[in-house]
Design a protein. Structure first.
Length: 307
């Protein structure tokens, strides 16, 4: 009997097409994201490192992406569970007086009604697809946040450098104005005007430098680093992303590949499959099994059939 139970428990049936695709996608993504179930070595971040290294670091280290990945991985595994027959049940009953009068073990197997396993698998497949697009959206959102903070930091530093050069130039103008004021070529008002401009630029530089810390915190968070971790360097070389799409093609591509829309589409398919599965609730399940009295002589087997 134990051999029969082991055989029936290990029987998971034939994978559906949706399950096959989900497994292939999980395998291809897993080989790059978590080969052998482990996180690959993170790239070393330096000021001379290309933006690609920072993006790769964020993809591999961001907790939001990792959580979405393992939720998707678990949803792929649930497809097999939903389309497979329930595990067999062992039963046992006994009559005991002064001694054991009877010992009746049994084995029962439940067979869901026709179509139930199919639509349960379809529900799980659609949910798995939705989970994949949630994972993809987490990847894209992380890349967007990292690039956004990277560009803002670069332009902030560039603006600070321009203001410092301007401040130095205004300082030279003030020196020249003082000299000319001493010989009567300009008025004291011209000197005061340059001083006021210097104060304005100095204040603007201080405000810009204060705004750098929040941007650096966003950059750090996008990399998946905690507040207590060492602040990462910011790339010195500015890199842009080439875009060979017209505005019309850009909109069409967004509608075609937007993971949020894809996830919503998968949720619609999941809801449709869930409705069809609910209709199958009217179809009865069947239970088949047998019992035998181990104390009887001769031993006889009693078949069981339930609906």
């Amino acid at each position: 009997m134990l051999a029969v139970v082991s055989l029936l428990t290990g029987c998971v049936g034939i994978p559906t097409e949706g399950e096959k695709r989900a497994r292939q996608d999980r395998e291809s993504v897993g080989q790059a994201y978590r080969p052998a179930g482990e996180r690959p070595a993170l790239p070393t971040l330096t000021t001379n490192a290309p933006l690609h290294d920072f993006l790769l670091f964020a993809m591999l280290n961001q907790p939001k992406i990792e959580a979405a990945y393992f939720e998707w991985d678990a949803s792929v595994r649930r497809i097999t569970v939903e389309r497979s027959l329930p595990d067999p049940r062992l039963t046992f009953q006994s009559d005991i007086a002064d001694a054991v009068m009877s010992a009746v073990p049994g084995l029962m197997m439940e067979f869901p009604g026709p179509g139930k396993l199919k639509w349960a698998a379809n529900v799980a497949s659609a949910e798995s697809e939705a989970r994949y697009f949630v994972f993809e959206n987490a990847v894209l959102q992380t890349a967007f946040t990292l690039k956004k903070s990277y560009y803002e930091l670069y332009f902030l530093d560039a603006r600070v450098n321009v203001n410092r050069e301007t401040l130095e130039l205004v300082g030279e103008i003030e020196t020249l104005a003082r000299i000319q004021n001493d010989v009567g070529k300009v008025t004291l008002q011209d000197v005061l005007r340059t001083q006021i401009e210097q104060e304005r630029i100095t204040t603007e530089i201080a405000n810009l430098e204060d705004s750098r810390n929040p941007l650096l915190a966003q950059f750090k968070a996008a990399l998946g680093l905690k507040s207590e971790d060492v602040t990462p360097p910011v790339p010195e070389q500015f890199e842009t992303t080439s875009l060979d799409l017209t505005s019309d093609k850009l909109i069409a591509t967004a509608f075609e590949r937007n993971p949020r829309l894809k996830a919503m589409e998968a949720e619609v398919r999941r809801a449709d499959a869930a409705v069809r599965l609910a209709y199958k609730a009217r179809v009865p399940d069947f239970t088949v099994g047998f019992e035998f009295d181990a104390k009887a002589s001769p031993i006889f087997v009693t078949p069981q059939l339930g609906v």
